[in-house]
Every structure is written in structure tokens, then in C-alpha cells.
Design a protein around this ligand. Structure first.
Ligand code: NAP
Ligand code: MG
Length: 505
């Protein structure tokens, strides 16, 4: 994540109470007139009312996106013009930085520090793709005889983009920026729990000059709107970030129309600390690795493996620092850990912790919903460290998606690799050691899309982000993402002077 300078957020400067859908370049209400409320997880209060898209609205958005793609000008713009508009989106976001930070905090309950970094990264994503698209081009390939072959990259078409609640703006940016850079049209379905910043981003795209129908935003339920987009024959691609079970379901249904599919799914990422690591850096990085964004990160390093020689010392330091983490007012710059997205998620986390206790594990710190003075109606969970666990336990195998980490010992490199790879997931991983050769050996053997070496950060604009195994496939945030939003057309021509007569007749 990017680090940004501290800024003062004017609390509640945002006064808007109603948010529209964006379809075909216009802010519209749902055809059904339905609405839903969005809540501040830190306080439990209603923030705003949002128009609720239905299948009819999804159909309108698909037709708008289809029309923009098939008959519109966006994909035909010279690349530098598209690039300029992406930069304009970034500069409008920058001008509205505080508003976006504030809205993201209100809608998710995340800390000021986390929200600032994520809004900054969303801006940088548009800047990155504004540059990257200029260099994204086809190839000229060697062919025998008097033939010539070159390839062209053409936008894949209408893309449904379904995003989760944990990084609402950043996920919207990861999806929209490369797709529109490539010349596609998009229909974004934000998570019902956190629709606000994606709607604002849609408005910003229009203000920056993205033509009507190219970016449509349809907040509505996954089972209705999401399903409809996934199954529709006029949608060419679906890009999904969310849980592994829903990802599998989407892949199965998208297969009926052979949609292109990109899936960014769950994780249970290992974090390996060797005896020669810089202990303080490893403790601080491991703490950030799990408790950043209140543990609601797909690449949260939720399995911590520590070499037996330093286990006691590491665990003591780690637990002490966990106790120092400050939960509370998300707008307070001192707050490290924000709220949990809703009561349902608090219950999910708590049930995992209870299952660990039943399985005989030890709770070293935390272990229950947190009570925060002044935020009693919000949803909170104590940062929790669980030891004395093994790989048969649910808490070690399944994604919890909350501020809960399990710690285990290992004795050597071989065992560390075996334990790290003993999972159905393969998104993130981290290794802490001063031995460069060992770090390389570990990186070579880890079955995961991302390896962090002595580093607590998993993603910068330009670095590929995505999973192995059941963490999904396809990479976002990088140059190759553009390949996932384009088709490669191969053009073969003959330049000989004698006509060809392949049948010899
Ligand atoms: P989720 O329940 O899978 O939902 C994700 C999105 O899919 C939401 O917009 C949801 O809509 C929609 N959806 C639900 N059912 C659908 C269906 N049948 N068809 C189409 N869309 C449907 O995940 P979540 O609980 O929001 O997010 C947490 C999960 O996301 C975690 O597992 C996490 O690891 C993963 N995640 C992965 C990455 C990554 O890059 N790999 C990044 C962030 C999060 P509604 O909820 O509005 O109904
Ligand atoms: Mg909310």
C-alpha cells in the first residue's frame, strides 16, 4: 500500500443523503424505485440511502455498455486520448481526495490511515494504466516464406465487474482502470455493504470525459444483479473479486456463454519468520500483515510460522505489540484497527475463535468482540492471536477474514515450506530472513501469487496481484492485466509476387 502524508479529514463534510445508479452516462433511480440503506460499521448508523438496481436496471446497463462498445467512440479514440482521460480521472480523484477518504471510512469503518493509502493507490492505478496502455501493443512474429504476421490487441468488449466490501474504491479502481484503458465498457456491481465510493468514481469518470455507457455502476444484490450479469449472453467478460465459493459459482455459470473470467478469491497466506530475521522488523511487519484493514484482506498473512529457536521471544514481542494496537474512532489518526464490516462478520470471526478453543488451542490475546467507548453500536473484534494449533483445525485451514492470526513453530526450511503450502489457497506469502539465498529458495517453492521478502506490503500499481490454486487466476494491478481485457488478433498476409495455389489445381 502507498503511504501518504497525514491530512486532516473534515468529519462529515459529506452531506449527500441519496446515491443514484449510473447507467448510460446518467444518474438514475432504479426502475423499481427500490432503495437500500448503507451503514457505518463503526457506529451502526445509517449513512445514506442508495438506489437498488434490479435485473431490469442490469439489462439497461448491459444495453448501454453494449451500445457504447459496438457503436460508440471510446474504443476508437487514439490511445493518447484515452490515456489523457484516465489521467484526468486521477486528477479529479486527487482534488476530491478528502471526500473519498471520508466516504470510504464511513462506509467501511476502516481507519483513516488505511483509507488514505487506499484512496491514494486508487488514484495511482488510473495514472499507471494511463501510461501502461500507451505501451500495450501487438507483436510482429517470425514466419517462414513470403508471409508476414502481426498481432493487434482489441478490447474484449462488455465487462461485468463484481467487487467486494473490504476495499470498495481500490477494487473498483483495479477493475475499471485497466478495462477502460483497453477500450472496454464496464458494468460495475459494488458490494451492497459498501456502494458509495464506487458510485462517486463512476461520476468522476463521466466528469473526466468518459463517454456515456462506458462506465455503468449498478449497486444491487449479488444473487440478483450479479447473477444476471454473469449469465447474460451480451456480456463478454466477468472480473470478480470475492470469496472462493462465489467465485466457483460464477465460473460455472459464466462457462455457459464462454465468458472470459478473472477471479481474485480468498486466501490463508503464510508468513514465515526465520531465526536470522531482523526480529523487530519481522514482528512489526507480521503485525501489519494480519491486522491491516482489520484483517479483512484477501492477502492477510493469517498463518504465522516462527522458527523454534526464536519462537518464545517472537511470540512475546508479537503479543505485546498486539495489545498496543489502538481500536476506536476510525477518523482518529492514532487508530490502527478499525471496525468489522457488520454483525454477521463479527459472528463468523467469533465462531472461528470458539472453534479453536474447542479444538484445544490457546488464545494469547483477544478472542472476543471488542467494546469501544463511544462506538457501542458498531461492530468490533479484538485483535486475536491463537497458539497451540495444528493443521487439522478449522482456524488454520479456512479463511476467517478478520483480525485473527494463528502462530505455529517450525524447525527447518523444509518443514516451513511444507506447512506454508499445506492449504487450498495460494494468494500471498511472506518470508523474513537476512539470508538472501534462503529467501530466494523459499520464494521459488512457495505456491502463491505473491511473495513478500522482508516486506509488509503486497501491492503497488504495476505489481501483479492474484492467486495460485483456489485463490483464483488472472493478475490485476499490472501490465499483463491489459491482456485480460483484450483479445489478440493475428493477421497473416502473403507478400509473394506469384499467386498461391495450395491445392495445386
Ligand atoms: P462475496 O460474498 O463473494 O461477495 C463479493 C461480491 O460478489 C459482492 O459484490 C457480492 O454481492 C457479489 N455476489 C454474491 N453472490 C453473487 C452471485 N451469486 N453472483 C454474482 N455476484 C455475487 O465476498 P465478500 O464477503 O464481499 O468479500 C470477502 C471475500 O473476498 C473474501 O473471501 C476475500 O478473500 C475476497 N477478496 C479477495 C481479493 C483478491 O484480490 N483475491 C480481494 C478482496 C477480497 P452482494 O454482497 O452485494 O450481494
Ligand atoms: Mg457501509
Amino acid at each position: 500500500m502507498s503511504t501518504v502524508q497525514e491530512i486532516k479529514v473534515e468529519k462529515l463534510s459529506m452531506k449527500r443523503e441519496f446515491y443514484h445508479l449510473i447507467i448510460n452516462g446518467e444518474k438514475v433511480e432504479s426502475t423499481s424505485g427500490a432503495t437500500f440503506k448503507t451503514y457505518n460499521p463503526a457506529t451502526g448508523e445509517v449513512i445514506a440511502e442508495v438506489s437498488k438496481a434490479t435485473k431490469e436496471d442490469a439489462e439497461k446497463a448491459i444495453q448501454a455498455a453494449r451500445n457504447a462498445f459496438d457503436h460508440g467512440k471510446w474504443r476508437k479514440y487514439p490511445i493518447n486520448k484515452r490515456s489523457r482521460i484516465l489521467n484526468k480521472i486521477a486528477s479529479i480523484m486527487q482534488a476530491r481526495f478528502n471526500e473519498l477518504v471520508e466516504l470510504e471510512i464511513l462506509d467501511t469503518g476502516k481507519s483513516l490511515h488505511a483509507a488514505q493509502g487506499q484512496v491514494m493507490q486508487a488514484i495511482e492505478d488510473f495514472e499507471f494504466y494511463a501510461g501502461a496502455i500507451v505501451g500495450h501493443r501487438g507483436s510482429v512474429n517470425p514466419v517462414p516464406g513470403q508471409f508476414q504476421n502481426y498481432t493487434e490487441k482489441e478490447p474484449v468488449g462488455v465487462c461485468a465487474q463484481i467487487i467486494p466490501w473490504n476495499y470498495p474504491l481500490m477494487m473498483a479502481a483495479w477493475k475499471i482502470a485497466p478495462a477502460i484503458a483497453a477500450g472496454c465498457s464496464v458494468i460495475v456491481k459494488p458490494a451492497t455493504l459498501t456502494p458509495l465510493t464506487a458510485i462517486i468514481l463512476g461520476e468522476i469518470c463521466l466528469e473526466a470525459g468518459v463517454p456515456e455507457g462506458v462506465v455503468n455502476i449498478v449497486p444491487g444484490s449479488g444473487s440478483e444483479v450479479g447473477n444476471y450479469l454473469v449469465e447474460h449472453e451480451q456480456v463478454d467478460k466477468v472480473a470478480f473479486t470475492g470469496s472462493t465459493p462465489i467465485g466457483k459459482n460464477i465460473m460455472a455459470r459464466a462457462s455457459q456463454t464462454l465468458k472470459r473470467v478473472t477471479l481474485e478469491l480468498g486466501g490463508k497466506s503464510p508468513n514465515i519468520v526465520f531465526e536470522d530475521a531482523d526480529l523487530d522488523a519481522a514482528v512489526d511487519g507480521s503485525l501489519f500483515g494480519i491486522f491491516y484493514n482489520t484483517g479483512q484482506s484477501c492477502e492477510a498473512r493469517s498463518r504465522l510460522y516462527v522458527h523454534e529457536d526464536i519462537y518464545e521471544e517472537f511470540v512475546n514481542k508479537f503479543v505485546e505489540k498486539t495489545k498496543k494496537l489502538k481500536l476506536g474512532n476510525p477518523f482518529d489518526k492514532e487508530t490502527h484497527v478499525g471496525a468489522i464490516i457488520d454483525q454477521n462478520q463479527v459472528d463468523v470471526i467469533d465462531n472461528y475463535v470458539k472453534s479453536a478453543i474447542e479444538d484445544g488451542a490457546d488464545i494469547l490475546v483477544g478472542g472476543k468482540p471488542a467494546k469501544i467507548e463511544g462506538f457501542e453500536q458498531g461492530f468490533w473484534y479484538e485483535p486475536t492471536v491463537i497458539a497451540n494449533v495444528n493443521h487439522d483445525m478449522k482456524v488454520v485451514n479456512e479463511e476467517i477474514f478478520g483480525p485473527v492470526v494463528v502462530i505455529m513453530k517450525f524447525k527447518d526450511e523444509k518443514e516451513a515450506i511444507k506447512l506454508a503450502n499445506d492449504t487450498e489457497f495460494g494468494l500471498g506469502s511472506a518470508v523474513w530472513t537476512k539470508d538472501g539465498a534462503r529467501a530466494t529458495r523459499i520464494a521459488n517453492q512457495i505456491q502463491a501469487g505473491i511473495v513478500m521478502v522482508n516486506c509488509p506490503f503486497s501491492a503497488f500499481p504495476g505489481t501483479p496481484f492474484g492467486g495460485y490454486k483456489q485463490s483464483g487466476f488472472g493478475r490485476e494491478l499490472c501490465i499483463e492485466t491489459l491482456d485480460l481485457y483484450t483479445e489478440t488478433k493475428s493477421i497473416i498476409s502473403y507478400y509473394g509476387s506469384r499467386p498461391l495455389n495450395p491445392f495445386g489445381l
